[in-house]
Design a protein around this ligand. Structure first.
Ligand SMILES: Cc1cc2nc3c(=O)[nH]c(=O)nc-3n(C[C@H](O)[C@H](O)[C@H](O)COP(=O)(O)OP(=O)(O)OC[C@H]3O[C@@H](n4cnc5c(N)ncnc54)[C@H](O)[C@@H]3O)c2cc1C
Length: 414
């Protein structure tokens, strides 16, 4: 039977707190969801099953990523329901959920086989606009993000400014009624999909490097912008180089004040790192792995494979419990600090370990690149793409080495 056949959702493991591995934890910590939260979870589960297009859940079941049209169709569906910008305050289009409800929503979304929402609009530029933007900018940009109409990309990295982001050189000169932008960005995910880019530019080349940076919103259809593809080792086109030649950007598209870009960039990176941990999607990857082992032909050592899955599940549970600390802190209005770096490091390491386990368990089945020449089991056949893509997850969103520096500074004062 194909892993995405009808009833796939019905046979997923129960991730509520009645599941066995977590039962003992309940005895020593109060981790029971309330009756209301359990009802909420049921409602979300039922909606997801009814609303996720089958072509999308099939792609997810293979560990692949959707095309632009598929991703946008799904995001618009969430937007119509008012469930796209789930982290936003209600006044800007959020549903007014608690952090626990958002956690449950994300878990049900992942377990039903829906892809994560593209982070650039909802998780990144949206919070920047409602926190630092003018009334006019909020009115102009937030509705399109919350409905899934406008797609964004992130123009931070440059060829010589990655970890050392403050060295960025893309220049925005202030003219009478516009900024004139010249320079280059690189590794820009989904720039070829995006309507808009939020971009760090240098407005004052003479100021101290962090202080000369500003945050601009740039329409990707403006003359002078050229997007060139970068094909990655998984065989896909996610990334791009973006060149700016005398690109005119209206003065109104500056967020905050000139020179405030660094403050905004730091604010935004914290948002980026908590989502990168990917707990919900790792639960889904684990469920896929279990399923693939169950359905694999006799030539994999199932007992050994299951032992490996158990080890990964223990690690995922530990990560999830750390994640709960940020969920609880958010619900109680407490700030969370270094946890986001810790979550990024452990979450991405685990994603890599899981994809590696999948490839190794699949053995010869993992040498097949896609399902056009499928042997044995489709999930194993697709696993090398996922494995290759996930080599990058310890780099993007600020490399894990940089996160370790952040932790050392915040926790040890080094
Ligand atoms: C798949 C993918 C998607 C991406 N998407 C985007 C995007 O949409 N928008 C965007 O702006 N950027 C994006 N990036 C870029 C990403 O943010 C950078 O690759 C990352 O910040 C690292 O910068 P770099 O590539 O210039 O490497 P470098 O900064 O040159 O680092 C090279 C190596 O040196 C290490 N290193 C550097 N400095 C230190 C230090 N101080 N201490 C210890 N080790 C250090 C790094 O950890 C790394 O291992 C993406 C990258 C990838 C791989």
């Amino acid at each position: 039977m194909h892993p995405t056949g009808a009833g796939w959702g019905d046979r997923l493991p129960d991730l509520s707190f009645s599941s066995k591995p977590l039962a003992w934890m309940r005895k020593i910590m109060n981790l029971q969801f309330t009756q209301e939260e359990q009802e909420f979870q049921k409602t979300i589960r039922a909606w997801m099953r009814k609303n996720i297009p089958e072509e999308i859940s099939r792609i997810s079941a293979l560990g692949e990523m959707p095309e632009k049209s598929q991703q946008q169709r799904w995001e618009k569906r969430l937007g119509k329901q008012g469930w796209l910008a789930v982290t936003w305050p209600e006044q800007y289009g959020g549903p007014g959920w608690t952090a626990t409800q958002r956690y449950l929503f994300d878990l049900e979304r992942a377990m039903a086989g829906a892809p994560p929402v593209s982070p650039f609009g909802v998780a990144m530029v949206g919070p920047v606009i409602y926190t630092f933007g003018s009334a006019q900018q909020k009115e102009r940009w937030l509705p399109g993000i919350a409905s899934g109409e406008t797609l964004w990309c992130q123009g931070y990295s440059e060829p010589n400014a990655g970890s050392d982001l403050a060295s960025l050189k893309t220049r925005a000169e202030r003219k009478r009624d516009h900024y004139l932008v010249n320079g280059q960005k690189i590794w820009t995910t989904q720039a070829h999909w995006a309507d808009m880019m939020f971009c760090l530019v240098r407005t004052d080349p003479d100021a101290k490097k962090q202080q000369g940076i500003s945050f601009l919103l740039i329409d990707m259809n403006t003359p002078g912008i050229e997007v060139r593809p970068i094909y990655t080792i998984d065989g896909h086109h996610h990334l791009n180089e973006v060149y700016f030649t005398d690109v005119k950007v209206p003065l109104d598209n500056l967020v905050g004040k000139e020179g405030m870009g660094w403050t905004i960039a730091k604010f935004l990176l914290t948002h980026e790192r908590t989502t990168i941990a990917g707990v919900a999607d790792s639960h889904y990857a684990l469920a896929r792995m279990k399923r693939a082992i169950d359905e694999a032909p006799y030539y994999i050592d199932k007992q050994q494979a299951r032992r490996r899955v158990a080890e990964l599940e223990v690690e995922l549970t530990a990560l999830e419990y750390t994640n709960f600390r940020t969920v609880a802190a958010t619900d109680e209005g407490r700030p969370f600090g270094p946890e986001s770096s810790g979550l990024k490091i452990k979450g991405t390491e685990l994603q890599q370990k899981m994809s590696q386990a999948m490839v190794e368990m699949g053995g010869l089945m993992s040498l097949v690149w896609d399902s056009s020449s499928a042997v044995g089991n489709e999930s194993f056949n697709h696993s090398p793409r996922r494995y290759n893509f996930l080599r990058a997850c310890t780099i993007y969103g600020g490399s894990n080495e940089i996160q370790k520096n952040v932790l050392a500074k915040m926790l040890l004062g080094l």
